[in-house]
Each structure stands twice: as C-alpha cells, then as structure tokens.
Write a protein that binds this ligand. Structure first.
Ligand code: ATP
Ligand code: MG
Ligand code: MG
Length: 350
C-alpha cells in the first residue's frame, strides 16, 4: 500500500483524500492549522508549520509522493522535501502560480493574452502604471490573494490615493479592467508521460469575488472560445512539465479568451466533475501524481450545475436534500463564517 502526502488541510485536501481512498491509497495530511477537514478523512495528520524541517522530513519519509491543495506555500521551506520525495505538481509550477507577477510574465513569454498589467511597488509606481493603463483598473497583491481578497478596484481619481494602502502596501500588480461577457475555467490533468485530459469548460459566476455557480456545458460564447483556451492551457502545462490537475481561469471577451489566473491544483470550479464527469478532477489528480493512467472525462449528463454553499447557505442542507437528485457535499467545517466555503451541491440535468 502506498501513501500519498497532501500538504494543506482544507476541503480540496479532503476530497483528494476521499478519491485516493477509493483507489486504495492512504493519505497523510500536513498542515499548520490543527483544525483540518482533510485530516478527518485521512489516515495520518501532521500539524506543524511548513518551516519545521524535522516534522516535514518525517512527513516526507512516511509517504511515496507529495501533492498539495493550496498554492500559498513557502517554496523555500519545501525545496529540501523535493530532494527526498517526488512532489507533484513541481515546486517550479508553484513558484509561477503563487505570484501574479511571475504568472503574468510567464504568460507573456508564451504569447498568451492577458489584461494589460504593470508591476507596482509603491505609490509612485502605482501612479505611473495608472497613467499607462488607464481606468478602470484593478490593483491586486502579487501573493496570497484568493476569493477576491487582496484586490481593489480603481474607478475614479479619488481611489488612487487610498488603493495601495487598501491592499496593505505590499508588492502588487495593476491590471486593466477586462470587458468580459462571461468567465470560464479550463481544468486539465496531465500525466507524467505528457498525456492530457480536459474536462468541459465550465461557465463560472462569482458573487462578492467568490465563486457561486459553475455550469457545463458552457454558454455559447464560452463554447466558441473553449478550444483556443484548452490549447493555451495545454501549452502552459507542457511548458512547466506539469503533473496533476491544472486550472486556468479565463474571461470570454469579444476578442477571444483572456487569461486571468491559474491554480496549480484541483479547483472549486471543477467540483461538478465528481458526479458530472466519468472521472472527477480529484481522482485524475491522484492518478496523475501516482503514475496511473488517466480516466475519461466526458459528461455524465447533458447539463450539470454546481452551487457553492457559502457561510450560512449550508444551513439549508435539509431543504437541499428534499430534492432527491441533489448531490450534497458538506466539508465538515464547524463555523459558518460569512464568505466561508462550507459545502456545495451538484445537480445533473437530463
Ligand atoms: P480566486 O478565488 O479565483 O483565486 P482571486 O482572489 O485570485 O480569486 P481573481 O480571480 O484575480 O482573484 O479575481 C476575482 C474576480 O474579480 C474575477 O473572477 C473577476 O470576476 C474579477 N476580475 C479580476 N481581474 C479582473 C480584470 N482584470 N478585469 C475584470 N474583472 C476582473
Ligand atoms: Mg486566485
Ligand atoms: Mg480567480
């Protein structure tokens, strides 16, 4: 029996561990927070800081391969781990994806369209960047942003004085505002031998910066751009010699797909694949990092819809279950704080 090490203790780790268990693997979770919904479904849990090398080394020695469910990891602290156990996706992918400046530069090198952007390090560089890019624009921290946190919109000259402070006066990028018709994501899984599978592009609707709904098949405009977006995703994955599930978020604009950001991991916009695809993102990720062949990704229904249950929305679980076709997933989190992802519900439509 092999053991998979998973760094990060949240719901993505939990669903990875559940998929791993189905294939007969044990999972060992490593996370700094004692409260871990992934650890609850795993065989072993190490609760220690990433910088605790003794703990990390024991973790590395206890597993056959390491993956992660979270991209805001200190790559320097993990680098010695890569010398004792394979880590997939590679830490080099993490270095690119966890910093918006690296990510955007990498896409520019590959000739991939993004919003216009400039690096910002202080008030003066913000003002120079705004003069070049114009308004409206979005100022985003280079690192650690998620669910729309760490970003602020600049729509009028009044916003300029406060924007850099508003994101905590840290290294940032300024992006021009993309006039998009819809947002969508491409999830692919790349095996160690370079074989790649794609799921259907999902159309994603965000509320308050947080993903609310994903649907497949994609809306018409998105469908027309999905082939090009998949080719882009493939190029990105090949360039990183990527192993595992990779997610790219796009804006569907009048001029074609515009890359927004990527996540070097399984993704909320792929939760529908658990019931809605022949093989889920979680299972294929496990297969890829363990060197197994990938499973088929075709839809299991003509249409699939995933709704996130944010904060107290999950309190309505009994009502959701009164629809016998609803697939309810609750992550086992104790406290329904506003904006916290508590679960999701997937419906297949025939
Ligand atoms: P996630 O939780 O997806 O990781 P995040 O905090 O990393 O989110 P982004 O995906 O960069 O943030 O932005 C959040 C949302 O803000 C996007 O899904 C989109 O709706 C909007 N947005 C971000 N950048 C732009 C842009 N340049 N033009 C227009 N809208 C944007
Ligand atoms: Mg993000
Ligand atoms: Mg995003």
């Amino acid at each position: 029996g092999s053991t998979i090490g998973i760094i990060g203790g949240g719901q993505l780790g939990r669903m990875l561990a559940m998929a791993a268990a189905q294939l007969g693997y044990r999972c060992h979770i490593y996370a700094p927070e004692a409260d871990s919904v992934a650890a609850e479904v795993a065989a072993e849990f190490t609760c220690a800081p990433y910088e605790d090398w003794d703990a990390l080394k024991r973790f590395g020695d206890s597993v056959d391969v390491v993956t992660y469910e979270f991209e805001n990891l200190p790559v320097d602290a993990l680098t010695p781990l890569a010398a004792i156990v394979p880590i997939h996706p590679r830490l080099s992918s993490l270095t690119i994806a966890q910093d918006r400046l690296n990510e955007k530069s990498h896409m520019a090198d590959l000739g991939i369209a993004t919003a216009p952007w400039r690096a910002v390090s202080d008030q003066a560089s913000l003002e120079r960047a705004l003069a070049e890019i114009g308004m409206p624009a979005i100022l985003k921290t280079r690192c650690f942003g998620y669910d729309g946190k760490g970003q602020v919109r600049i729509t009028s000259p009044d916003d300029v004085a406060t924007a850099f402070e508003a994101i905590g006066a840290q290294p940032a990028i300024l992006e021009g505002f993309v006039d998009f018709e819809a947002e969508f994501s491409i999830l692919l899984c790349r095996a160690a031998d370079g074989d790649c599978t794609f799921w259907d592009a999902s159309t994603n609707v965000h509320r308050d910066g947080i993903l609310a709904v994903s649907t497949v098949p994609p809306a018409a405009l998105v469908a027309g751009q999905a082939r090009e977006a998949k080719a882009i995703a493939r190029r990105v994955a090949d360039a990183m010699d990527y192993v595992g599930v990779l997610t790219l978020e796009f804006f569907a604009s009048a001029h074609g797909p515009v890359f927004n950001e990527m996540a070097p991991r399984v993704h909320n916009s792929g939760h529908w694949t658990i019931e809605g695809a022949l093989t889920s993102q979680f299972e294929n990720h496990i297969r890829a990092v363990c060197g197994l062949p990938l499973g088929a990704t075709a839809l299991t229904a003509p249409r699939v819809r995933m709704d996130n249950l944010i904060g107290h929305e999950a309190d309505a679980w009994a009502e959701i279950l009164s629809d016998p076709t609803a697939h309810l997933h609750l992550y086992g989190k104790d406290e329904a704080r506003p904006g916290r992802k508590m679960g999701h519900v997937t419906r297949l439509m025939f």
